[in-house]
Write a protein that binds this ligand. Structure first.
Ligand code: SAM
Length: 325
């Protein structure tokens, strides 16, 4: 049996105040938008897990195939890490698989799971604890705060940061570069980053991944309004918003929006905000940028990483890149 997971939680009042401030700021931008991290309350995390099971969402299966086929090399081959830090860990299945297949039995290791979703962290901690005798620390935090906390407890150990599931795709190009540079600054000699990136594929396939026939992705998207109603005392009428997925080829990104089906007024009590939405007006809730393998290598090199090694899943068109410092 491994030790019980150590938990670092956010102050709930502070979390709601930040959520309210972000909703107020982003919903009054043009175009109106909401940061995608707020999609992941407990129901949002469960819906995301369901999306991963959909036949139309190949990303998770593709990355899992790569992890199962190359676990030891992905972890570093002969140069195994002492500390794994996964940013946006979700349900932890990928990390649990990587550790169980790639790590020799009994090797000491510490694991930190960083995620904004407490529900995802609970699931991930038990998935990882089930496969290895390791100390697991869960941090309810944003990626940036998780990295900062990681740096405050640096020792001499070899660190591998994992950023899987194409989480990097949620950043725009400027944000992705800044964030990869931020990861690079947090790493030292002998450390590495394992980055999962979804690749450009035909438009019809991409649209099905973000607008599936069972409408699970639509529920995932619209649940953001349910969350705002519950946590911020708002009165969004769900049936007056429809889910929209768009492929933007110029920007190389899939977008998710919520479209107002008529002119309507919305009150968001805790954000002290009254909105008038016009018929057809959109709230942009997520971007998923798609890459080419050579773009990922170039970007990582540009951000100061060296020794990039890539594993590509052709059926799912997904790439894992291990970038050393
Ligand atoms: C697309 S899911 C991927 C989960 C997992 N990496 C995988 O590959 O299955 C994104 C995860 O990152 C978390 N997340 C999203 N934005 C975040 C942020 N800014 N900071 C920390 N966690 C975030 C979500 O709660 C969710 O669990």
């Amino acid at each position: 049996m491994s030790a019980p997971a150590l938990r670092e939680r956010r102050d709930p009042r502070e979390a709601v105040a930040t959520f309210a401030a972000d909703v107020r700021y982003y919903l009054t931008q043009q175009p109106r938008q909401l940061p995608s991290r707020y999609l992941y309350d407990a129901l949002g995390s469960a819906l995301f897990d369901a999306i991963c099971e959909l036949p139309w969402y190949p990303i998770t299966r593709a990355e899992m195939r790569l992890i199962r086929g190359h676990a030891r090399d992905l972890l570093g081959g002969a140069e195994l890490p002492d500390r794994l830090v996964e940013l946006g860990a979700g349900n932890g299945t990928k990390l649990a698989t990587l550790v169980s297949l790639g790590l020799p039995d009994g090797r000491p290791l510490s694991i930190e799971l960083v995620d904004v979703s407490p529900a995802a962290l609970r699931t991930a901690a038990s998935a990882v604890s089930a496969v290895a005798r390791v100390q697991v620390l869960t941090r309810e935090a944003t990626y940036e705060d998780g990295l900062e906390l990681m740096e405050t407890r640096r020792g001499k150990e070899r660190v591998l940061v994992l950023f899987l599931g194409s989480n990097i795709g949620n950043f725009d190009p400027v944000g992705a570069e800044q964030f990869l540079r931020r990861i690079r600054r947090a790493l030292g000699p002998g450390d590495a980053l394992l980055l999962g990136t979804d690749l450009v594929k035909p438009e019809a396939e991409l649209l099905l991944a973000y607008d599936d026939p069972l409408q699970v992705t639509a529920a995932f998207n619209r649940n953001l309004l349910v969350r705002i109603n519950r946590e911020l005392d708002a009165n969004f009428e769900l049936e007056r918003f429809r889910h929209l997925a768009v492929w933007n080829p110029d920007a190389s990104r899939a977008e998710m929006h919520l479209v107002s089906t008529g002119r309507q007024r919305v009150h968001i009590g805790r954000a002290a905000l009254n909105l008038t939405l016009l018929e057809g007006e959109r709230i942009w809730t997520e971007s998923s940028y798609k890459y080419r393998p050579e773009e990922v290598r170039r970007l990582l090199w540009h951000c100061g990483f060296r020794e990039c090694r890539q594993w590509i899943d052709e059926p799912g068109r997904f790439v894992l890149t291990r970038a050393a410092v």
